[in-house]
Design a binder for this molecule. Structure first.
Ligand code: SAH
Length: 265
């Protein structure tokens, strides 16, 4: 990267890759993510992500850490990357509600000049959208309902702003045991801006064993609510989104990009 750097006192042999490993199956892992993991001596991540990688981490020094220990994990990865080749893995994309920012913030504070790289991954919004058809298509908003790092008042303000835009809205971290009510509150806010016929896609464990894909309407969301948990991504359609049906059979959600305004097809 350009710009001025602090003088380096570190062993140039070290390197840190912050790797987005996609939503689940290694089929969704990019070739560069795979390469970074293969060339690393040490792989750091939480249990879910490490087991997602299966045989790819065999024979490596593997450091497991738990959810909630992200700051320690970031520090540790930087300490080790002074002299070793390290990959810190994060589900989906590391820059989307992932590990990239905390690792880079800690690195910035240490002032040390380790070579680093962020490797992009398929984020849950893209993976869920692909399973649903094409619910995003153009502009869309993502909001996380987790109030661990963002106050709930700020989340609510953003939900109002997002739903008022009329575009599809993707909800990450829709529910967990610690905050079971945020999802219902988000749906209440959505109902203030969208009609009850608005499609809602609920995708759980996408590209993982036990994947579930559901399409309901905003009016029916109360019945579907128990199916939503922390392994779920929810896509609330925009003003133009519709459910594609053949007879009674639901095929998916389509949000037109606008070709119908210009072409006949
Ligand atoms: N960095 C990740 C997001 C981490 S936040 C990414 O880019 O995808 C965690 C949230 O992401 C979960 O609560 C859920 O909403 C979503 N998520 C991550 N993996 C998922 C999966 N396989 N299926 C469905 N949702 C998933």
């Amino acid at each position: 990267m350009g710009g001025s750097r602090l003088p380096s006192h570190d062993n140039p042999a070290g390197k840190l890759s912050i790797v987005g490993i996609g939503p689940g199956s290694t089929d969704q892992l990019s070739a560069s993510a795979r390469h970074a993991i293969e060339e690393s001596d040490i792989i750091i991540g939480n249990d879910t992500y490490l087991s997602q990688l299966g045989p790819l981490v065999q024979g490596k020094e593997v450091i497991r850490s738990r959810m909630g220990e992200e700051v320690d994990r970031a520090r540790r990865s930087i300490d080790l990357a002074r002299t070793r080749t390290v990959s810190i893995v994060s589900g989906g994309d590391a820059g989307v509600y992932g590990m990239a920012s905390i690792v880079l913030e800690v690195l910035e504070h240490t002032g040390c000049d380790i070579p680093w790289e962020v490797i992009p991954g398929v984020t849950a919004a893209q993976a869920a959208a692909a399973r649903l058809g094409s619910p995003l298509s153009g502009d869309f908003v993502t909001i996380s309902l987790s109030d661990l790092l963002t106050p709930i008042e700020v989340i609510e303000k953003r939900l109002h702003a997002a739903f008022s835009m009329g575009t599809p809205v993707v909800l990450y971290n829709p529910k967990s045991r610690g905050r079971p009510h945020n999802f219902a509150r988000a749906m209440e806010i959505a109902g203030g801006y969208r009609s009850p016929s608005t499609p809602v896609g609920i995708v759980r464990n996408v590209y993982r064993p036990g994947e579930e894909v559901m399409v309901v309407t905003l009016g029916e969301i109360g019945e579907a609510e128990p199916r939503v948990d922390m392994h779920t991504t929810v896509i609330v359609g925009g003003e133009e989104s519709r459910i594609w049906r053949i007879g009674q059979d639901v095929k998916g959600i389509i949000t037109p990009r606008g070709y119908h305004r210009k072409y006949l097809y």
